[in-house]
Structure formats: structure tokens, C-alpha cells
Write a protein that binds this ligand. Structure first.
Ligand code: FMN
Length: 173
């Protein structure tokens, strides 16, 4: 089994979750982690499973204006946020709109604020819907990982992401 984890991230939290998920997957399968700007058709064609994650912006997947707003926030020193190197590129919304040929199986995740889901929305719901419409088979329900009000990943989310990755890997076997 080959698994590719594709992520988008402005402040680094979704990347950290993607890396923790990959650690969990690695117990059972070969895994690579890629920023959405680095995905190639060849990489997808060589994988059995794609796991896709993104930050929740305005209740769903980011768009260019919400990413610009994130960059503005990161420029405010008191927030102590660092923009990811590839945050200026495309996001998962634009990548999925290009209708990539995806592997047979998929799973979706997001990061979002730690408030009731009805208030936060969840980018993973949108990712899940699109991957399904592209013909993918869902391995596990979409999952959210939580950041606090300062945009820092909550302390137990990394091990939870690791365990979720392991569960995805088990579902593939
Ligand atoms: C412009 C903008 C809009 C956001 N909108 C939401 C939202 O609607 N719901 C939510 O839960 N979090 C929202 N957030 C918080 C993000 O989900 C959070 O910054 C993200 O999970 C951090 O991931 P990253 O470090 O990978 O960018 C928003 C953040 C930004 C910058």
C-alpha cells in the first residue's frame, strides 16, 4: 500500500497534523507527505490512497482572499505567527477544482477552531465531498484537528492525528 498525504497550511498547524498522520500511517504502509503545490500526477498514479487536509477558512476551504487575510494576520508581530513557505501558492480548493486523477481510496481532514462544529464549519466536509465526486472510495469519516484561539495546535492533537493515521492505514488493509 502506498499512501500520499496532501496538505495546505498557512501557519503550519495543518502541516504538523499531516506529518503526525503520516507517522501513524507509516506503521502499516509506505507514506509521503506533500504540500498541495508539490503534488504531481505521477505521485497520485503511484499511490493507492490519498489523504487530503486543509485549514478551515470561513467555514470551508480557503480562497485567495482568506489566504491574503491569513498573511495579513501573520504580519502582525503580536500574533507570533509564521507563514509557511508555500502559503503563497494554490490551496486545496484550487487543486481539487483541476479534477486531479486521484487514487482509489481517500480520507479527508482539516484543522479548525475549538468551538462547536456548527459555528466553525469544517474544510474536511468539502474535501470529502469533492474527493467522493471524483470517484474516490472513503476509508474513514472526515476528521477535524483543533487549534486554540491563538492559532496553536492543541496539545493532544498531534497524538490524535498519529492515531487517526494509523486507523486509516488499518482501513486500507
Ligand atoms: C481568514 C481566516 C478565516 C478563518 N475562518 C475560520 C472558520 O470559519 N472556522 C474555523 O474553525 N476556523 C477558522 N479560521 C482558523 C483556521 O482554521 C486556523 O487558522 C487553521 O486551522 C490553522 O491552520 P494552519 O496553521 O495550517 O493555517 C480562520 C483563519 C483565517 C486566517
Amino acid at each position: 500500500m502506498k499512501v500520499v498525504v496532501v496538505y495546505e497550511s498557512m501557519f503550519g498547524n495543518t502541516r504538523q497534523v499531516a506529518e503526525a498522520i503520516a507517522k501513524g500511517v507509516a506503521q502499516k504502509a509506505l507514506v509521503s507527505v506533500l504540500n498541495v503545490n508539490d503534488v504531481t500526477a505521477m505521485m497520485l498514479a503511484n499511490s493507492n490512497v490519498v489523504i487530503v487536509g486543509a485549514p478551515t477558512h470561513v467555514h470551508s476551504l480557503s480562497r485567495p482572499p482568506s489566504r491574503a487575510e491569513a498573511a495579513t494576520q501573520a504580519a502582525e508581530p503580536e500574533r507570533e505567527l509564521t507563514l509557511e513557505p508555500q502559503s503563497q501558492g494554490i490551496g486545496v480548493r484550487e487543486w481539487l477544482a483541476s479534477k486531479p486523477a486521484i487514487p482509489e481510496y481517500f480520507a479527508a481532514f482539516d484543522t479548525r477552531m475549538d468551538v462547536p462544529r456548527v459555528l466553525s464549519g469544517a474544510a474536511s466536509a468539502k474535501i470529502d465531498r469533492i474527493l467522493h465526486s471524483l470517484g474516490g472510495k472513503r476509508l474513514v469519516p472526515a476528521e477535524s484537528f483543533l487549534v486554540d484561539t491563538k492559532n496553536r495546535l492543541e496539545s493532544d492533537e498531534r497524538p490524535r492525528a498519529d492515531a487517526w493515521g494509523a486507523a486509516v492505514a488499518v482501513a486500507t488493509s
